[in-house]
Ligand binder design. Structure first.
Ligand code: SF4
Length: 356
């Protein structure tokens, strides 16, 4: 139960948590507000959340609702539910992310307070400072200097996290160090025979239950995995342009931006897109990525997840894809060897692109 004199905020371990938690942590902690996180996602979290929304709702939202319920069950009264409308002028999030506080209010009929802050860079008076003010005000903090100081602490933690993931450190390690105020650059000594780019949103791939530990599975297959977190904003902008796009969705950085970059990157042997069943924006973006992947001759596997996705089938598809990448690579090596003055002509059947 909450100690009433303590300032406590509950943060669901879902949605924007996966990209922004280092900032939220630095910000709230600097203001003396204690953070309580929901527990890691389990099957129960998913089914609790699914029970309250219509079946067609995408998995990340079902998971989010499950985490809200988990925080309420822990006795947390104030829960942070941001409405991130647009991240730059006319660059919007999907309607579910934009309307998250309303969605939560309408489906979770329990006794708790939503700390609702709106970030909308397409509208006046909804910029970052206004967003931060709305995060602090419910705790009686209105002093501009304090809020700006906390914002700096948030950015410091966030930037430290990004320095470490960009250097190749795993997401989990980088977040742990960043929250401790540490920055380390790891020497990457292991060599991987195969590299893939994993194209998805943070909330799909860094939630270990949702993604069924895809990083661990690929590591066990000796596959190096790259994501959008290893890229700079300039590289992501360039990636969007190279897919013939203009940015409209806020989450295009995660999807078309990183896909556009990695399709041109010769170190990358194949692309895996991981999308939630029922996600409108992703289905549009994956369609475009799939068409371009054919032109770049990069094998592509599209995995769609929902709460019923079975682990066995998921592993089989990953293994088949990785096996195909190995065969293709071996064939390229063989074809570059001259035997008795003649180039080898071994051509494996690697020409399939899965779309489901
Ligand atoms: S972008 Fe797609 S997966 Fe994410 S919240 Fe919106 S509909 Fe769901």
């Amino acid at each position: 139960m909450e100690n009433k004199s303590e300032k406590i905020i509950g943060i669901p371990r879902a949605m924007s948590f996966y990209n922004n938690y280092p900032f939220y942590y630095g910000f709230f902690t600097d203001l003396g507000i204690k953070i309580v996180l929901s527990d890691v996602t389990t099957k129960q979290t998913m089914s609790n959340g699914s029970a309250l929304v219509v079946t067609e709702t995408c998995l990340p939202i079902k998971v989010y609702i499950g985490h809200i319920l988990n925080l309420i069950d822990k006795g947390i009264d104030k829960i942070f539910v941001p409405s991130i409308q647009s991240i730059a002028p006319k660059i919007y999030n999907c309607s579910k992310i934009r309307g998250l506080p309303d969605l939560v209010r309408n489906v979770v009929k329990r006794d708790f307070t939503i700390i609702e802050a709106t970030l909308d860079k397409s509208e006046k008076n909804h910029g970052l400072y206004d967003f931060l003010k709305e995060m602090a005000e419910p705790f009686g903090i209105t002093d501009e200097k304090l809020i700006k100081k906390a914002s700096k602490a948030g950015w410091k933690c966030y930037n430290n996290f990004h320095i470490m993931v960009k250097s190749g450190m795993s997401y989990k390690k980088a977040i742990n160090y960043a929250l401790q105020g540490k920055v380390f650059i790891e020497n990457q000594t292991k060599e991987y025979p195969i590299s893939i780019a994993l194209i998805s949103h943070g909330y799909n791939i860094y939630d270990e239950r949702t993604c069924m530990k895809i990083f661990d599975k690929l590591e066990a297959m000796d596959v190096k995995v790259y994501t959008s977190l290893q890229l700079s904003n300039e590289q992501l902008d360039d990636g969007i342009v190279s897919l013939g796009n203009e940015q409209y969705w806020a989450n295009e950085y995660d999807m078309t931006g990183s896909a556009g970059h990695y399709l041109k990157d010769n170190r990358i042997d194949g692309i895996i897109t991981l999308t939630a069943f029922g996600c409108g924006p992703d289905s549009l973006m994956v369609e475009r990525i799939t068409r371009k992947a054919k032109r770049f001759n990069k094998p592509l596997l599209n995995l769609t997840i929902d709460e019923h996705t079975g682990e066995a089938g998921f592993i089989t598809r990953l293994e088949a894809f990785v096996d195909m990448l190995f065969r293709k690579k071996r064939a390229n090596i063989i074809n570059n060897i001259e035997i008795n003055g003649h180039k080898s002509e071994y051509i494996p059947n690697t020409n399939f692109i899965e779309t489901k």
